[in-house]
Design a protein around this ligand. Sequence first.
Ligand SMILES: Cc1cc2nc3c(=O)[nH]c(=O)nc-3n(C[C@H](O)[C@H](O)[C@H](O)COP(=O)(O)OP(=O)(O)OC[C@H]3O[C@@H](n4cnc5c(N)ncnc54)[C@H](O)[C@@H]3O)c2cc1C
Length: 427
Amino acid sequence: MKKIAVIGCGAAGMMAALAAAQSSASVTVFEKNEKPGKKIYITGKGRCNVTNACDVTDFFGHVKRNPRFLYSAVYGYDNSAVMDFFENNGCKLKVERGDRVFPVSDHSSDIIRTLYNAVKKAGVKVVFDTEVLSVESCEGVVSAITYAKSGDPITREEFDGVIVCTGGVSYPSTGSTGDGYKFAKELGHSLVKPVPSLVPFVIEEEWCKDLQGLSLKNVGLKLFLSKDENDKPSVKKKKADKPVYDGFGEMLFTHFGVSGPLVLTASCHYEENAKGKLLLDLKPALTEEQLDKRILRDFEGAINKQFKNALGGLFPTKLIPVMIKLSGIDPEKAVHDITKEERQGLVKLIKSVPMTVVGTRNFNEAIITRGGINVKEIDPSTMESKMVKGLFFAGEVLDIDAETGGFNLQVAWSTGYLAGESAGTIS
Ligand SMILES: Cc1cc2nc3c(=O)[nH]c(=O)nc-3n(C[C@H](O)[C@H](O)[C@H](O)COP(=O)(O)OP(=O)(O)OC[C@H]3O[C@@H](n4cnc5c(N)ncnc54)[C@H](O)[C@@H]3O)c2cc1C
């Protein structure tokens, strides 16, 4: 019987342990936290968007880095398999807007409990409060790990296979502190620089801060990238003219800039060191012409009012002073004195409020880590390292990241399952 160590008792680790145990391996999971799935607990605002019920062929379009690497893993254990697993193990699921799948109970703890119970039932040994310190290899074959339980001396234990499921570096308080990157580097693997993704933007314009707390629904957002002042060649000229993201939804102003679902999705397309420009469309359902007519109507009904008192029908109250300032129109001006050019300028502004992205927030606020173990060095049909036999990787530790909507957990389930199944049957 093969002896397999799984490092990390998160989504990928539990799925890998289960699949390895089902392949008749003797499996031990090492987790530095005191309980399983600390990150799963906070997913989907505590509800856990466990996967996405989209057609599996559409899945890859939502994966931003290295979707093709995932073909074997996802086709081998897809979103239907994940849904069947939870349903068959007593955790009923429901599908919401955008094909997002959640537990009927709306409690992420039910996902953790179902998975952990299945892991235990399969005979897996799980050791908590135990940090893996290193992974050893001998002549190109994985040989052992060292680990320490809090307060205890370091232990060295031999294994036939090791599956690294340590996650990325986002929300490090959940235990994902990049240890897997260290193990991989020590064993000769290269790393694609980890950067925060699905993360809020820091905005240069001071007026954003005045809008702190304001949430906007049904707005459009475009992200453009241009070269930074040092003229870094990373962002090609054509990218500056075409939006790298064009979406619709909900966003939020904060004390540093912008956040909310629309912004987080846009951040998948942001490139570090690039100067980003956001154009916010406050009335995406109207063309410029339709909006101009609408404003004309509003102005006709407020012909003797001052400009500052004629915008109540167009914007939330908090936004009015900012829009007045950005429009450059004198707030005291009587509506009947506003020129056609001024009105058309206002229309253009409403359709594309400009904001300058100076960067993103850090890993503490990033839903996902972009970058990680270079997938060119991993066999996509097994998740085994091409450099060290018996060494496997799964989940967010890999250089794979996807949009919100349950896709990142599906990556963890699919790669975890494949890594576990492969490790359990190594020769
Ligand atoms: C706030 C938030 C909300 C999210 N919501 C969703 C969502 O609704 N849907 C979705 O699809 N994705 C969501 N994600 C992303 C998703 O949670 C992750 O992509 C996924 O959990 C990654 O799983 P993983 O097993 O690879 O890593 P992790 O979940 O990070 O697990 C890694 C585990 O390894 C352990 N570990 C690390 N180093 C060691 C070591 N040296 N020794 C022992 N143990 C170690 C850690 O303690 C941790 O438990 C969300 C993420 C965040 C932060």
